[in-house]
Every structure is written in structure tokens, then in C-alpha cells.
Design a protein around this ligand. Structure first.
Ligand code: C5P
Length: 229
């Protein structure tokens, strides 16, 4: 068991992890770890320094020395800074997600980010969002959730988000992009995307955000009730 309670939320791109993690963390008053942002930051840092996405040694060094700051904004959201520059929007592009998933196949990078991720666990508790939170980073977490949804549904959600922001994308293109990322994340040898054996899987395809949040909060409540018995 971890020193403070941890809820891990893993799952493929677009399954709703980030949104659910934010709502649940707010309800519980816990901290949040957006581990995908760390891989995205390594990808941005590599691009800035012209480092190839398969250069494990140079990328590991970058990851080890990553000067990343997450500043909670008033009224929600987080400002992300890399080497003092605001990269909040730069790390959210589809292109950056794709580069991050290439960076994430490097064993040295994953090793370099491991302790940094564990350092996010402070009182009163942590909601950790990613691909390997329940399997590798916090294997002793008390509550583990694995969110899924069909590739079409995930692409549709992303399409709507990007459309709202005025970004010109096609649904077919996004489906292909998501499938490509899934294949890479599931088949890599280092910390592949897989549900922890003790995770509860929730298919969010047909559920509202409120329904998923309620299910996750009830899982957390069950665990804390068991621990106080
Ligand atoms: O979650 P997000 O889409 O921001 O993650 C970007 C990429 O970073 C993922 O496609 C995945 O390859 C990688 N990642 C990972 N392990 C994590 C979080 C993200 O490999 N814990």
C-alpha cells in the first residue's frame, strides 16, 4: 500500500482519462499527475534541440533534466512551462501526441521519468493519469481504473474538441491517427498499454462524464471504507 492514497487511471488515447482525472481529483481534493504531459514535454524538448526521437541516450538525458513546471490556473486548467517557456498549447497538438508516443518507446526515457512521477504522491492523495500508472509507476495503488472506448468514439470526441478550437481535421484522419498510436502503445516492449490485473475496466463509449466520475468515486469510496473497517 502507498503512503497516501493513489487512484490510477490508465487507458488509450481519447478514452477520457484526462477529463475524468480532473473531475475526480477536484471532488477528492487530491493532486493530479498528467504523465502523458511529461512524455509530450520530452518530445517538445527534443524537437527544440534537434534530437532524434529514437536517440535513447540523448532523450534519457533530456528526460532526466527536464525543467518542467505545472502551474494551476485560477478557474481551472494548468499552465505548462518548459525551460521557462509557456508550452501549454504546443504540447496538446496531435503531432506532439504522436511524437510523445515515439519518445515513450525508449526504455531510458521511461526510467528517467519514473521517480519524477512517483514524487507527485503527496498528501492528501493522488490521481495518476497515463498508460502504466497501475502497472509500473504505482503498482501498489489502492484503486485502479482502466478506461476504454471504441477508436471511432475516441476520435469523435477529439474531433469535436478540435472543431471547437477551429482546428481543421478530418474524422477519418483522426481515427487512423488514434489507431496508429494504440498499436504503438500496446505493442512496445517497455511498459506497454495494458490493464493492471487488479484494475476495474470501464467502457466509456456509452457513458456521460458524470456517470464515469460517479463510478470511479464509488470505487475510491469502497476502498477507503474497507481500509477503515
Ligand atoms: O496521454 P497522452 O495522450 O498525453 O500521452 C501521450 C503519449 O505518451 C501516449 O500516446 C503514450 O505513448 C505516452 N505515454 C506513456 N505512458 C504514460 C503516459 C503517456 O507511454 N504513462
Amino acid at each position: 500500500m502507498t503512503k497516501f492514497p493513489v487512484l490510477t487511471i490508465d487507458g488509450p488515447a481519447g478514452s477520457g482519462k484526462g477529463t475524468i482525472a480532473e473531475y475526480v481529483a477536484q471532488k477528492l481534493g487530491w493532486h493530479i499527475l498528467d504523465s502523458g504531459a511529461l512524455y509530450r514535454l520530452v518530445a517538445v524538448a527534443a524537437q527544440k534541440k534537434n534530437i532524434g526521437l529514437d536517440n535513447d541516450v540523448a532523450l534519457s538525458e533530456l528526460a532526466e533534466n527536464l525543467d518542467a513546471v505545472f502551474l494551476p490556473c485560477e478557474g481551472g486548467g494548468v499552465e505548462v512551462c518548459l525551460d521557462g517557456d509557456d508550452v501549454t498549447h504546443a504540447i496538446r497538438t496531435e503531432e506532439c501526441g504522436c511524437s510523445a508516443s515515439q519518445v515513450a518507446t525508449n526504455a531510458g526515457v521511461r526510467k528517467a521519468l519514473l521517480q519524477r512521477q512517483r514524487n507527485y504522491l503527496v498528501a492528501p492523495g493522488l490521481v495518476a493519469d497515463g498508460r502504466d500508472m497501475g502497472t509500473v509507476v504505482f503498482p501498489d495503488a489502492a484503486t485502479k481504473v482502466f478506461l476504454t472506448a471504441s477508436a471511432e468514439e475516441r476520435a469523435k470526441r477529439r474531433f469535436n474538441q478540435l472543431n471547437e478550437k477551429g482546428v481543421d481535421v478530418t474524422l477519418a484522419g483522426l481515427i487512423l491517427e488514434i489507431q496508429k498510436r494504440d498499436i504503438r502503445d500496446i505493442n512496445r516492449s517497455e511498459s506497454p498499454l495494458v490493464a493492471a490485473f487488479d484494475a476495474v475496466t470501464i467502457d466509456t463509449s456509452e457513458l456521460s462524464i458524470e456517470q464515469v466520475v460517479a463510478q470511479v468515486l464509488s470505487l475510491v469510496a469502497d476502498v477507503s471504507e474497507k481500509n477503515t473497517m
